[in-house]
Every structure is written in structure tokens, then in C-alpha cells.
Ligand binder design. Sequence first.
Ligand code: 4GW
Ligand code: MN
Length: 362
Amino acid sequence: MRIFSKTLSNPRRLLFCLCAGLLLSWFTLKGTGLHANLDLLCQLHRILSTEADLLSQHSNSTGTNSHLSHLKDVKLPRILYTKSDVFNPQRTDVLTVTPWLAPIVWHGTFNRHILNTQFHQIDVRVGLTVFAIKKYTRFLNTFIESAEKFFMVGHKVNYYVFTDRVNEIPNFTFAKGRRLVVLEVPAYERWQDVTMRRMEMIRDFSIKRFVKEVDYLACVDVDMVFLDEVGVEILSNVFGALHPGFFEKSRNEFTYERRPQSSAYIPVELGDFYFAGGYFGGVIEEVIKLTNYCHNAMMADKQQNIEALWQDESYLNRYFLSHKPTKILSPEYIWNNYYGSPAVVKTKRFLGIDKIYDEVRF
Ligand code: 4GW
Ligand code: MN
């Protein structure tokens, strides 16, 4: 009380107290304002990101650390679409989610328009890796031309072509934001090594180059043609595709490596799906983990003079057993007409080309 009355009686003290009070309340208000803003931003962030991993990945790749940095120029596009109906699932004939809650992507289960809007907001950059070693350069034309029609249309794409025959790579014209990068690599003598060494090369170029250039990688076979859209619905932290020859089969029919001496060994009582060797991907960090595991496992087996039954495919299947993919592509994404046209396969998006073995073998 004494201090109070003293202050009131001293004009200089009074002025000082008034200023201090004003400053204090200004800071408090500003504090709450900032807090409210942050809350709002966080809320917006949650609404806008369908896939948390997507955004965080992008922020890493653009060299920023904060999730909130995306919100500098948030847009709120209006998209019209029919509301989902809990009692009316779009597919009842196939499994559309795994027990670890990874979506299995089938025709009819997603809305490309919504997904495109989400991925355009982060300006996603996708790398498509493909190997054209020795005579397999002959597949490139169809592969790239069909990809320009159907692969990630409207998005940024880098085609990474690994080849030993740089001067056999044709010229292509690309849509805006898309280009081809030719990477010269050695051709191994044994065809098994040609396919298996893809893991090592993808790993090394991911570390050296891809991590700086793209957010996601899709790593596929070249003896293929795109016949229907393959877009951002495939993207996730780490993804694989159901092999068209095994999605209807039981565990004991899967052609996993069954010799316990191999590091690709999977006993008959284990296994979720049989994944195709010619289609996997994810964010760069996950692709590095996957390819590094597969390459090292192959090298360990090589030391013991053992090579898994289906080469890289066997090691990939072993990896996915312990590191479950966060998204799985239905066989629409890697079909082969050898397996006919079952009713559940509504579209053949990416189709194996019949090879005349005598023409491509070495
Ligand atoms: C047998 O003589 C060969 S050659 C088996 C694979 C070969 C091969 C594979 C090749 O000479 N050059 C080449 O670039 N590859 C790459 O490996 C190419 O990207 C191909 O799509 C991928 C897997 O081989 P593949 O497509 O022949 O395997 P499948 O028959 O299982 O689709
Ligand atoms: Mn193939």
C-alpha cells in the first residue's frame, strides 16, 4: 500500500508503471494471439494433409524443418465430389486394406481428383527408375511414350534411365516439368546380376542424386507399357505391388525362397502377400533402406554361394515381411496377360510386354 501511494505521488514513477503495465499487457495479448494463430495453423495443417508423411517428407526435401513452413501460401481449393458412404463400400470383392492398415489400391477405391489436388499442393516430384541394359534398350520407346500418356499426368516427373548403351537412348518430347536423365552404369555378365544389381544402383544414386531431386521414387521393369492412368494414388512412404500370378494364392503356393540358408528365406507359416520384383517405391529414405537391405542380403548369400530363387524379387519379399509396406498396389499396376483377365482386375494399367526370349537373352 505504501509503495502504491508513493508511486501515485511521484509522477515519474507513475509514468514508469503505466509504461510497464502497457508493455506487459501488450505482450500477453500478443502471446495469446500468436497461440491462437498457431492453433489455427495446426488445425489447417491437419485438414489439408491427407498423408502426414507426405508433407513432412516434402518439408525435408525442400530443406526446411518445420511442418508449418508449408502454410506460408496455403490455398483452399474447392473440390466437388460425392460423399463417401460408410454403408456402401466401393469394393466388396477384394481386400482393400491390410491388417496393418495399409490401403490396397484397386480401381474404384479412390478419387484421383482429390488426390491430385493434395499432391499439387505440395508440388510433388516423382522419380521413375528403369533399367535398359544390353538389348533391353528396345523397350524404352514404348515405355517412355506410354508413361507420358499415363504416368503421373500433370505432375513433375524425372525418368531415370540406367543403361550401358547411352547412345541407343532415343529422343523424346516431354510435357512441362518432366525430363529424362540417362545414367550410365555397367552391364553385368550374368542376366541374374543385371536384375539383382538394380538394388545397389538405385541405392547409390538415391543417396547421391535422387534425394536432392525428387520426393518419391517408383522403381519398375522396363519391359512394360502403360495402358491406363498410374498417378499419385501409388505414392506412400514405402509401397509394393501384388504379383499378378499370386494374389489369389495361399501362402504355401508363394514362390518365396524356402531354403533356410538363404537370407531371403521365408518359412511356409509366414508371409502376407507375394510381391512383384518389378514394382516398388516410396520416399527416398525408405527406398534407400529397402535397396540397401536387399543388396546386402544378396551379397551375404553370394558369399555362401547361394542365390535366391527369384533373385531380387525374393529379397524384396523378405524385406516386406519385416518392413510392411504402407501402401500396396493391386495387380492392375503390374499385370501380365499370361494371367488372363479375371473379373476383379477392372483395368490393366501397366502391362508386361511379351518378350521373344531369343531376341533379348544374352
Ligand atoms: C535373360 O536373358 C534376361 S536378360 C533376364 C533379364 C534380362 C535383363 C533385364 C537385361 O538384359 N537387361 C535389363 O535391363 N534388364 C532389366 O531388368 C530390365 O529393366 C528388366 O525389365 C528387368 C527385369 O528383367 P525382366 O523384365 O526380364 O524380368 P521378368 O521376365 O521377370 O519380367
Ligand atoms: Mn519384366
